[in-house]
Write a protein that binds this ligand. Structure first.
Ligand code: LMR
Length: 330
C-alpha cells in the first residue's frame, strides 16, 4: 500500500516537473555595448519583439545594452561559456577570437558604398566568414550595419598630417592599429564603454566611429572637430552560442531564424537614417565643428590609407582581400 502511494506521489511530481519544464521559457540573454537608441540597439529590441511573438512567449529575450552585462573583451568569452546566448559585436572585434579574417571589414576604403558591402555580407564571402566561427563554438546568424566612420579630435583633421602624434582610440583590430599608424597617429585600443571617458580626460585625443555611436555616447561634447571622412566601415555579426542554438527545438529555431531575418531587414533600413540624424544633431549642438573633405583632400587620405590593404595581406589573407575587391568592383 505504502509503495503504491509513494509511486503515485512520485509520478505526480514527475508529471508536474515535466509540465513545469515544458512551460519554462527559453531565455536568450542578448548583450551589447551600444546605447538602445542606435541601429544595433533598436534592432535588438525589434528581434526581441518578433522572437517572443513568433514563439508565443516560449522564448524570452533579455537585452542588456551599453555594456551593462559585459564589455568588449568579456562578451565573446561569456558567449563561448554560455553565460549569454546572443551578441552583435563589431566585425573589428573577432581578431582576439582567432578569426582575423573579419578585420577585412576594417580596411580603409574596402567598400565604395553600401550596395557593394551588402553584396559581400549577403553573398558567399560573408557566409564563408560566418562559417569560420563554428569551430569557436559560435553560430553566425546575420550581419547588421552601422555605416561609414567619421574621425574626431580637438584639432581640425583636414590633411593626413593633421593626425601626427594624436592618440586615437580604436577597436581591438590590428587593421585599425595599422590605419592610425599610417596617418602618423598613435592607436590606443580601448573598450567602447571606456571611449567617452578617455576622450574627456585626455587619455586619448580623438577617435573614429559612425555618427550614431559618437552622438549617443556624447563624444561630440568633448571633441571640437569632426571630419566626415567615410574612410572605413563599421558593421556587426549577430552571433549565438552554437551549443545553445543547436539544442533548440527545430520549430523554435526556425521561428527565431525568421525573426532574425525580419529584424535584419529593419536594422538595415534604419542604419543610414539614424546616422544621418545623429550627424545633424551633432551639427545642431554647436559643440563640434564638422568638416567635409574636398576631393583633393580625400585623394590625399586615400594615398596614405590604401597601402594598409597590402600591408595587411599576411594577416587577413591576400585571396580574401582580392575577392572582396573583385566583388565590390562589379
Ligand atoms: C566600438 O567599439 O567603437 C564599436 O564597436 C561599438 C559598437 O558596437 O558599435
Amino acid at each position: 500500500m505504502l509503495l503504491k502511494s509513494l509511486l503515485t506521489a512520485f509520478g505526480a511530481a514527475l508529471l508536474f516537473a515535466s509540465q513545469a519544464w515544458a512551460q519554462a521559457p527559453i531565455v536568450i540573454k542578448f548583450s551589447h555595448v551600444v546605447a538602445p537608441d542606435t541601429p544595433k540597439g533598436q534592432a535588438a529590441e525589434r528581434f526581441k519583439l518578433l522572437a517572443e511573438k513568433a514563439t508565443s512567449g516560449r522564448v524570452k529575450v533579455q537585452i542588456y545594452p551599453n555594456s551593462q552585462l559585459y564589455k568588449d573583451k568579456e562578451e565573446l568569452e561569456a558567449l563561448q561559456l554560455g553565460a549569454v546566448q546572443m551578441l552583435a559585436p563589431s566585425l573589428a572585434k573577432f581578431g582576439p577570437l582567432g578569426v582575423k579574417e573579419f578585420e577585412v571589414f576594417d580596411l580603409p576604403y574596402i567598400f565604395p558604398n553600401k550596395t557593394a558591402l551588402y553584396n559581400v555580407t549577403e553573398g558567399p564571402i560573408g557566409k564563408g566568414l560566418l562559417r569560420k566561427l563554428e569551430s569557436k563554438g559560435i553560430t553566425g546568424l546575420a550581419y547588421w550595419d552601422n555605416g561609414f566612420k567619421v574621425m574626431s579630435a580637438n584639432r581640425q583633421l583636414r590633411l593626413p598630417s593633421d593626425f601626427k602624434g594624436l592618440k586615437m582610440r580604436i577597436q581591438a583590430s590590428k587593421v585599425l592599429d595599422a590605419q592610425m599608424r599610417a596617418l602618423g597617429a598613435i592607436p590606443q585600443s580601448l573598450a567602447f564603454s571606456e571611449a567617452s571617458m578617455a576622450l574627456q580626460t585626455g587619455v586619448v585625443d580623438g577617435t573614429e566611429n559612425p555618427p550614431s555611436n559618437m552622438y549617443t555616447q556624447k563624444m561630440h561634447e568633448v571633441q571640437k572637430h569632426m571630419t566626415v571622412s567615410n574612410h572605413g566601415y563599421l558593421g556587426y555579426a549577430v552571433i549565438v552560442n552554437k551549443k545553445f542554438w543547436d539544442g533548440l527545438p527545430d520549430d523554435i529555431r526556425s521561428k527565431l531564424e525568421a525573426a532574425m531575418k525580419e529584424a535584419t531587414t529593419y536594422e538595415k533600413a534604419i542604419a543610414q537614417r539614424d546616422n544621418d540624424m545623429a550627424l545633424e544633431a551633432i551639427r545642431k549642438s554647436g559643440k563640434t565643428q564638422i568638416y567635409n573633405l574636398s576631393a583633393q583632400e580625400q585623394a590625399m587620405w586615400r594615398n596614405v590609407l590604401l597601402p594598409v590593404q597590402k600591408q595587411m595581406e599576411d594577416r587577413i589573407g591576400k585571396d580574401l582581400i582580392q575577392a572582396i575587391n573583385r566583388e565590390t568592383a562589379k
